[in-house]
Ligand binder design. Structure first.
Ligand code: FES
Length: 565
């Protein structure tokens, strides 16, 4: 039912009425230099801004906010911008993931506590988009995501380079003395060429695509480069549309349905999206009545072809993906697998939005009948090493290592790995399975992106560029390799990973979706019984709240008390 009576607006009770506080709030609003005519009776649109100079990916969001405001004014709304915390992936220690739930709480409570009838959520860097979606889902006030868009592609001496994916390869060459410090310094200046999020299919690009596939952004929003004028035009259109959404009472609960989540997973799989999307989608769905399970991802992965040729699983960049047609072009190909009737923020169905979507480059967005790979990007593994699951990005793995048995070489901690990985004395070879412990939600703490264990120097010197690596960490979506992640339960709470010893044989089988260590059940129990609990990393403050309430990777790592009942 449409709202056409201002007294039905959520904000109405803040500013209208006969109480002293109504008068006082109006007076304080006018302290901003706003005339009564400008706001009286209009829907108040909050612009929830994660701008921060401590987060270069979101550093342009004030300009984006101005464009949203133009749209809100034009549609007869009244915009008010407010800040929420920002999570700069590059700077925050120990990891932004420690703070995703805190930001989600900030978003939820900022919306709930304030006189807003609708909200446009400005985000971009990895954790900021899922945090916004989680908070908005819980607050359930009409809401729309506007991401900041990817940076321009990096360019070094005419060669396209992408942050993260190519940066790691370049740094490996530097470790091997094949790139000089002077060259490295020059590359530093041309890899991240503008504000905006990482320009490969990392977590930020993936979550922007997920937001669009969920129906929480306008069609075509995800891939527009940050400096492209069309991003500001999109922001303006979003500002116009959110005013209509308030009138239509179109809330996140109308859009974030089981069908929408399945659509988002399908598009994520076709895009070769970051493994982090699994954790974030589990958490976002956990804020609704439509819970997801890890096995939902594997079931969808098995039936979804991998179509988007963007690094690290492919060759191109997000900029190319935009020019090729972006998310609508992919969703059109995927229509046979999608819930076509799912509703989106523009008030139309997925089918109406994408059925005529053009594709301008079949090298970047493949046809359904001509995929890059017959299955989706991420697979879910089970076995005695990960009873509650683990994930692997098969499209970024070495095919010859996806069926592999080899002896474990164990790092008891990230620090130990960091301190010894370049040692030429490491007793390992191409068959070795590198295992790292203590990197999970509680053990690290915060579930950092440490899972991309660098290739040991001793192997790289022999020309070996990949080996099986296993941990309970996450991995940057920009990373690549045969890397098993999110082992659950984590070693820090006594999961089986904690008892793996150097020399144990481990089998990874992507075909069977399995990960097993070859020790008998009796030996496993004997080792588990000998484990001593580690002392907690935090005994006070937010860190303690996190340790007391964070769930494991297979449940999305949200706080138990924030999930929908
Ligand atoms: Fe912000 Fe990659 S560092 S998106």
């Amino acid at each position: 039912m449409a709202i056409d009576d201002p007294s039905k607006l959520r904000s109405y009770s803040w500013f209208n009425g006969k109480e002293y506080y109504n008068f006082s709030r109006r007076a304080n609003l006018r302290a901003l230099g706003i005339s009564r005519e400008a706001f009286h009776g209009k829907p108040v649109i909050g612009i929830c801004n994660s701008f921060s100079e401590l987060n270069n990916c979101n550093a342009h969001l004030r300009q984006v906010a101005d464009a949203v405001k133009r749209g809100v004014w034009a549609a007869g709304g009244f915009p008010l911008e407010f800040p929420v915390m920002s999570l700069g992936e590059q700077y925050m220690k120990p990891t932004t993931m420690l703070f995703r739930n805190l930001m989600a709480m900030d978003v939820e409570e900022s919306i709930r506590a304030n006189p807003v009838d609708g909200v446009v959520l400005l985000c971009g860097c990895d954790k900021t988009t899922p945090a916004m979606l989680m908070g908005a889902a819980s607050a359930d006030v009409p809401a729309m995501i506007v991401t900041g868009g990817p940076t321009l592609s990096g360019n070094y001496q005419g060669k396209i380079i992408g942050q993260g994916t190519d940066g790691r390869k370049i740094f490996d060459l530097y470790r091997m003395n094949r790139i000089s410090p002077e060259e490295l310094q020059e590359i530093e200046g041309c890899m991240v060429r503008s504000a905006g999020h990482c320009t490969v299919m990392g977590t930020a690009s993936t979550m922007a695509i997920v937001a669009e596939a969920l129906g929480m952004s306008l069609p075509g929003a995800a891939a527009i480069p940050a400096p492209d004028s069309r991003r500001l035009a999109l922001a303006e259109m979003s500002g116009r549309r959110i005013v209509e959404m308030v009138r239509e009472e179109l809330k996140p609960s109308c859009i974030l349905t089981r069908e929408a989540f399945e659509n988002a997973i399908t598009v994520d799989m076709a895009a070769g999206g970051s493994t982090n999307a699994v954790v974030h989608l589990l958490a976002i769905a956990g804020r609704t009545r439509h819970k997801l399970r890890l096995d939902d991802f594997d079931a969808i992965s098995r039936r979804t072809p991998f179509l988007v040729n963007v690094r690290p699983s492919g060759q191109h960049m997000m900029e190319d993906f935009f020019y090729a047609g972006g998310v609508p072009a992919v969703m059109r190909e995927l229509l046979p697998l999608l819930h076509r009737d799912a509703l989106t923020v523009n008030g139309k169905t997925v089918d109406a939005n994408v059925r005529e979507a053009p594709c301008h480059n079949r090298e970047v967005v493949r046809e359904f009948s001509n995929p890059i790979y017959r299955e989706g990007g991420t697979v879910v593994l089970r076995g005695n090493l990960c009873p509650d699951g683990a994930v692997l990005k098969q499209t970024a793995a070495s095919p010859e290592l996806c069926e592999h048995t080899g002896p474990a070489y164990v790092f008891e901690s990230y620090q130990q790995m960091h301190d010894t990985i370049d040692s030429m004395d490491l007793p390992i070879d191409a068959d070795t399975v590198l295992v790292m412990k203590g990197c999970g939600p509680k053990g690290a703490p915060g579930f950092p992106e440490w899972g991309h264990i660098p290739m040991p120097k001793v192997l790289m010197e022999r020309g070996i560029t990949d080996c099986v690596r296993i941990s309970d960490a996450r991995m940057s979506g920009t990373s690549f390799g045969t890397v098993v992640l999110h082992v659950s339960p984590e070693s820090g709470i006594g999961g089986p990973l904690a008892v793996v010893q150097t020399g144990d044989r481990i089998t990874l089988s992507v075909a069977n979706r399995s990960l097993n260590v070859h020790i008998g059940e009796e030996e496993m129990q004997r080792r588990l019984a000998r484990l001593k609990p580690a002392s907690p990393h935090y005994t006070r403050g937010y860190g303690k709240l996190f340790l007391d309430h964070v769930t494991q990777a297979h449940l999305g790592c949200d706080f138990d008390f924030l999930q929908a009942e």
